[in-house]
Design a protein around this ligand. Sequence first.
Ligand SMILES: *Cc1c(COP(=O)(O)O)cnc(C)c1O
Length: 392
Amino acid sequence: MKKDTKFVASGRSKEWTRGAVNPAVVRASTVVFDSVSEMKKATQQRHSKTLFYGRRGTSTAFAFQDAMNELEGGVGCALYPSGTAAISGSLLSFLQAGDHLLVVDNVYEPTRDLCDTLLSRYGIETTYYDPLIGADIEALIQPNTKVIYLESPGSLTMEVQDVPAITHVARAHGILTMLDNTWASPVNLQPFELGVDVSIQAATKYVVGHSDVMLGTATTTAEHWDQLRENSYLLGQCTSPDDLYLALRGIRTLGVRMKQHQKNALELAYWLAKRADVDHVRHPALATCPGHEHFIRDFSGSNGLFSFVLKKGNQAGINAMLDGMEHFKIGFSWGGFESLILGHMPEHIAHLRSVTDWQQTGPLIRVHIGLEDTQDLIEDLDRGLARLAEHL
Ligand SMILES: *Cc1c(COP(=O)(O)O)cnc(C)c1O
């Protein structure tokens, strides 16, 4: 089945839809059984897609899990109430006191905070590594290294990792790899084909796609599914069937949305790349993005999220630019239908990393390009950059 067909067909087995087009929203805490023996049978099968207790999910969850497995190519999908919960749930499922963890230096800020606070308190030591390290990661491996954590492209600065080089080294040492695959979404990268063991999605972003649900997933292979599922269950992770219904609805248009986000963002990226006030554009599809060659090799497309670095600018200029934007809204998150913008001075970017230097002197602007008309977005950015320049 081709991908566009999968967006339509996945998670829609008759068992979940009962003849309607979409699976029903099935709410449950308690599930009632016809007899003691039926209850016993359900208990024995509680790991599979059977109604047992609400926390294990209902048919709405099973439909969404089927869809995510089909799209990402995994065999099991654990569900979490946010992307951040998927990250902590995955790490806590595979690590224990005394373990060592390798984490990419441009990782999503809350992931770094988790490693430096809670995981550290639990006796798990983290070493950060250069996003462009590739096979040289081998030199950082210790006898107690249990997990290598990747995010590609990484948050804000967008370096694209050499995922297969790292998973190859990890396999040779019996180390588990996890990838925050949110940027690619289930559309543009097949994590298991690149040797990744656990693929994490902030489904909050493109899967849901409408900025109205918090949701996370961790998809994995047959080898690791029991451990991920049972430990996440012990952590009490579960999700609302209403949210899962919206996420399933999001999947139906994921392919077409991503194509339009990609088209719009590339148009904006090329327009920015030609400007005299822009130092360079960090869009994985452009050669000026570090790790661009890995993007070309491993990804089947891009999306609406990228950054660009200005030659000059100060905080007052960033504030004037952002405060006056018409179509771009100031906000965290991304992956919805609307355009968003954030701006950071270089000191802030440098502060978010610990083993790689940030040598840029101008501000970094991160944009999420939504589904608006690109001419409106270009004019909005053009006026914004003029406001920023007034403060130079
Ligand atoms: C937003 C984001 C997350 C966290 O997702 P939430 O649902 O907001 O908790 C994780 N990783 C990346 C790369 C993200 O952009």
